[in-house]
Design a protein around this ligand. Structure first.
Ligand code: ADP
Ligand code: MG
Length: 288
């Protein structure tokens, strides 16, 4: 039988936007001393708009940069890809056929257009391959830059902007007021991560974390003795959600994240992590 206090608080939680998939995790919320947040789609809206398109060669005008990038991104479901394709559609840019398309997890996409090898990639990918990033390409702010390569030569760039969720500011402050460490995990570049971290006043952040490494980060924090709640929305976050002491999925996120998590934030509001901690503690106290 389910103790009455648990039943009541589960109902209370449901009314407050918390879907409890694992009751033990819920009751353990009082032990949380670190909340780890994914950036894109969790602390930020995860909806990218195109801010600027730039060309670095006379062989391409800006529209052609957008055209090639959007053509490559058609097959990707990444929020970055959605932003680029949407811009091409708004501008009525015709999308081209892509052969041999592949996703380079956490780095970008690759494919052939008219038999030419094209890539749309992160700044981290350029660094890894010793391709120089043009001065001032990486702008300070909530921006993510995607670089277009033709036969591994840099030809252009698209700058996208995502917005920090309004309630992220409040949740960070209130968690810290409770003495809880608030850290961020992101595949995005160091500069963007640093901006978001400073904006929100995070305890710490980890940037350019590849999809396979997110779960490892959780393990590292646990090894330091922390009781870790991980909050995320993406397919990439699922292993980390599973590894965390408490896995929390954003409701608007991917099914994989929701199916892996202990708790789902139905309203997709990071602020509801606070309710989880309050209700979870309450339930535990009443059961004693
Ligand atoms: P996160 O889920 O934290 O946003 P990802 O691991 O999905 O990070 O992606 C990390 C980085 O890889 C992105 O910030 C971006 O620079 C690059 N990237 C991922 N997918 C794409 C894509 N479809 N097109 C271009 N760049 C991409
Ligand atoms: Mg995300």
């Amino acid at each position: 039988a389910i103790p009455l206090v648990v039943a009541v608080s589960t109902t209370l939680s449901a009314k407050n936007g918390l879907l409890i998939r694992n009751r033990t995790a819920f009751e353990n919320a009082r032990k949380i001393d670190t909340v780890l947040f994914d950036k894109t789609g969790t602390l930020t809206e995860g909806e990218f708009g195109v801010e600027a398109v730039e060309t670095f060669t006379d062989d391409y005008n800006k529209e052609e940069i957008l055209q090639k990038a959007a053509s490559l991104e058609q097959e990707s479901e990444h929020p970055i890809a959605n932003g680029i394709v949407k811009k091409a559609k708004t501008d009525e840019v015709e999308l081209l056929k892509v052969d041999d398309f592949e996703i380079m997890k956490g780095k970008g996409v690759i494919g052939k257009i008219n038999n030419t090898d094209m890539k749309a990639v992160s700044p981290g990918y350029l660094e890894e391959n010793n391709i120089e990033i043009p001065n001032d390409a990486l702008k300070e702010g909530p921006f993510t830059e995607v670089f277009l390569l033709e036969n591994d030569k840099l030809v252009g760039m698209i700058r996208l902007a995502d917005q920090i969720r309004e309630s992220s500011y409040e949740v960070v402050k209130k968690l810290k007021d409770k003495g809880i460490k608030v850290k961020m995990l992101t595949g995005d570049n160091q500069k963007t991560a640093e901006y978001v971290s400073n904006e929100l006043g995070l305890t710490d952040f980890f940037a350019e974390v590849l999809p396979d490494q997110k779960q490892q980060k959780v393990e590292e924090l646990q090894a330091e003795g922390d009781f870790v709640a991980m909050t995320g929305d993406g397919v990439n976050d699922a292993p980390a959600l599973a590894k965390a002491d408490i896995g929390i999925a954003i409701g608007s996120g991917t099914d994989v994240a929701a199916e892996t998590a202990d708790i789902i934030l139905v309203e997709s509001d990071p602020l509801d992590v606070l309710k989880l901690i309050d209700f979870g503690s309450l339930t535990f106290k009443k059961m004693l």
